[in-house]
Write a protein that binds this ligand. Structure first.
Ligand code: HEM
Length: 521
């Protein structure tokens, strides 16, 4: 207690004779004094020692915690209120980390097209993703390796594969609706968060991941997936070293799931009839090698398959849920979608094909509009490796900071989208494809640099999503099948529930229910 007693001497008039205090009371007084002192020093430091050469810091009382709670509760509201106070570029404290938010189209460009020497996605994400995906892939390898891995993944996402995927996805959705307890009878209500995670994982696994993975999801694979998913929580992002109880199960599940894929690879290699089997992503990744001659091990293939499963599942699940909620909000849009489908596939529509999806502009615009209002990823983060100069404001962001882009903020800004809060798929009727701008090859094929766009739900630059086309095929096929089967409405006040930001992905607040009515009971 020696040093503490010294420190508390100035508070003696308030606390009386310190030596008379019992240990618990003394510790409580000392802690309170420490907190008060650190708050005072923190506030003084923010007011007196402002560094004009760096982005302004969001005012906060508590060091270390900074703005963690306000940001975590509603990141977009936090961004908007600070944009008003500080402009498009400002720094806030997130559990001890300095996060510089760069808003607007220029901010999106600044972060997403940051140079390799300046920013690192690996260092921002690896703590969260490597225990889930496994070693040697995505953010657990040098960036040039990731670029090659993305190229290999893209080879498995061709028009040819998409053509075979559409009937498989439709079959899964129809089968699910037939068997689900939530769709018995001619009308009913369904909590979407209870069914959509299954619908998206069943459809993605049956198509992209392969029949064996889909079949395994009816058994022990589902529990493994669930345990692995526990690892995807924001606490692991902030405290990678903390032994959270779920992390042990995550690690065991990761090992077992990797083994499942490796055994599958082995089985396929030994199968003499293999060549005639369905082509899926696993086939595509097997037997590839890097430019420098290094072969991809079966373990790395397994880890890439897990990465694809996890990257696609959360994003597609969130988007499908928001899609159905907004369609239930606007039955007139569902009527239009149904008419569009009948015009292409006939009054009593024939089975949906990949080619049909491209001929349905409203279906595609409904997806675009939902991704504008609810992009699944609200904060895209990079660690700063060398000082970055923000020319417009003449700030320097030092190495060790993180930069954060939030394309979802500009996508909801009235400056770029009139009546931004209104779900209006027709706003896209006259808008050209977003990929019209400058293109660049980062090592996985030509992609739009997406420079300075307010609408970037799939990111931009070297880390841009490679799953966009697959997501459109999956989401389009699911929604088209729901529209064929049902009409929808919203229960209660008829309002789409607000967002819940507590997980890594922006989801609607539970239970996110919709009412349905079968077209042909
Ligand atoms: C990257 C969004 C579906 C695989 C990204 C990024 C975004 C994104 C914003 C960039 C992240 C960053 O820059 O840090 C979405 C959305 C989806 C979707 C909105 C669906 C609606 C998928 C699917 C797959 C996938 C279905 C797999 C089949 C990937 C991969 C990356 C990526 C491999 C690259 C990561 C990197 O290079 O760092 N996605 N995604 N995504 N996504 Fe998606």
């Amino acid at each position: 207690m020696g040093i503490l007693t010294e420190l508390l001497v100035p508070l003696q008039p308030l606390t009386g004779d310190l030596s008379k205090l019992s240990t618990p009371v003394f510790v409580a007084v000392a802690t309170a004094a420490f907190v008060v002192l650190s708050v005072v020093l923190n506030v003084v430091q923010q007011i007196v020692f402002k560094d004009k050469g760096k982005p302004p810091v969001v005012f906060h009382f508590f060091p270390f915690f900074g703005s963690t709670v306000v940001y975590g509760m509603d990141p977009y509201a936090f961004f908007a209120s600070n944009q008003e106070k500080y402009g498009d570029v400002f720094t806030f404290i997130l559990l001890g980390k300095k996060m510089t938010v760069c808003l607007g189209p220029n901010g999106n460009d600044f972060v997403l097209n940051g140079k390799l020497a300046e920013v690192s996605a690996e260092e921002a994400y690896t703590h969260l993703t490597t225990p889930v995906f496994g070693e040697g892939v995505v953010y657990d390898c040098p960036n040039h390796r990731l670029m090659e891995q993305k190229k290999f993944m893209k080879f498995g996402l061709t028009t040819e594969t998409f053509k075979s995927y559409v009937p498989l996805i439709v079959e899964q959705v129809e089968d699910y609706i037939k068997k689900s307890k939530y769709f018995k009878g001619p009308t009913g209500s369904v909590p979407l968060m209870n069914i959509i995670p299954e619908v998206t994982i069943f459809t993605a696994s049956r198509s992209l991941q392969g029949k064996e993975v889909r079949d395994a999801l009816d058994g022990s694979f589902a529990a493994l997936y669930h345990d692995l998913d526990l690892g995807f929580n924001p606490m692991n992002f902030m405290f990678p070293w903390f032994p959270f109880p779920g992390n042990k199960r995550r690690d065991a599940a990761q090992r077992k799931m990797a083994r499942f894929y490796m055994d599958l690879i082995d089985k396929r290699r030994k199968d003499p009839n293999a060549a005639s089997k369905e082509k899926d992503m696993l086939w595509n990744l097997m037997d590839r090698s890097y430019k420098d001659g290094k072969e991809i091990s079966d373990r790395e293939v397994a880890h890439m398959m897990i990465a694809l499963l996890m990257a696609g599942q959360h994003t597609s699940m969130a988007t499908t849920t928001w899609l159905l909620l907004h369609l239930a909000e606007k039955p007139e849009v569902v009527a239009e979608l149904w008419a569009e489908q009948q015009a292409i596939c006939g009054q009593d529509p024939r089975p949906l094909a990949y080619e049909d999806l491209a001929k349905m502009p409203l279906l595609n615009n409904v997806i675009r509009e939902v991704l504008r209002m609810h992009p699944p990823i609200h904060s895209i983060i990079r660690k700063v490796k060398s000082p970055m100069h923000v020319k417009s404001q003449n700030y320097v962001i030092p190495a060790g900071y993180h930069v954060l882009a939030a394309p979802g903020a500009s996508a909801m800004d009235e400056k770029y989208f009139k009546n931004a809060n209104e779900f209006d798929p027709h706003r896209w009727d006259e808008v050209e494809e977003e990929d019209a701008g400058e293109k660049f090859d980062f090592g996985y094929g030509l992609v739009s640099k997406g420079t300075a766009s307010p609408y970037l739900p799939f990111g931009a630059g070297r880390h841009r999503c490679i799953g966009e086309q697959f997501a459109n095929v999956q989401l389009g096929s699911i929604i088209a099948t729901f529209v064929r089967t049902f009409t929808f409405s919203l229960p209660g006040d008829g309002k789409v529930p607000g967002p819940d930001y507590t997980s890594m992905i922006t989801l609607p607040t539970q239970p996110a229910a919709i009412n349905w009515k079968k077209r042909n009971p």
